[in-house]
Design a binder for this molecule. Sequence first.
Ligand SMILES: Cc1ncc(CNC=O)c(N)n1
Length: 227
Amino acid sequence: MEAGLEQLAEAEGTTATWLKKHRLVYTAATRHPFILSIRDGSIDLNSFKRWLGQDYLFVRAFVPFVSSVLLKACHESDNNSDMEVFLSGLAALNDEIKWFKKESSKWGVVLSSIAPQKVNEDYCRFLESLMGPNVEYTVAITALWAIELVYQQSFAHCLEEASRTPLELAETCQRWGNEGFGQYCRSLQKIADRRLLRATSEELKKAEATLLRVLEHEVEFWNMSQG
Ligand SMILES: Cc1ncc(CNC=O)c(N)n1
């Protein structure tokens, strides 16, 4: 019996332990009032449009970040299938950018005339700080996983049975709340956990701090969208 419990504790990765430890900010990021307002149908559509335009700019900055993680995987990874996970992530982003263009024209949002808000600029600058060759693969993959997880968990919440998400927002929620994206997030988490298991205490410290910074930036991003 005791051995079973130990195995269970061992089976839980570092990332799951950290999410429990930091569950207040994790919940703030994944159950934000902006998301809850989509879920209960009370969303102010101007907020949604603000989010749409700002997120398009964020995603454009996110592409080079994911590319930098792929590059690190090619140089530093101990597992050659990591690369394929990031490649599929980049393929999804190609699709996503097309979707943003289509969706914004549907809502009358003119992407070419949108300037990034300060919160967005700060988040993009944070991404840039994680792109350099001095940032360890382990730290970068932890950030990538956390960024994707927040959207997956947030939008999947809007698709649950009890939710009253407006029909015109269902496609947005599907984009990040679908099962395939959930699987992608689990693949990222597995890579992160595998790396964290072999990380130095210095790397562990950096990765945990980076996870926290991601969650804080995500909360700020929702705050900004809500206006
Ligand atoms: C602010 C923010 N965080 C995470 C995501 C999800 N990743 C790619 O789409 C996103 N689009 N925007």
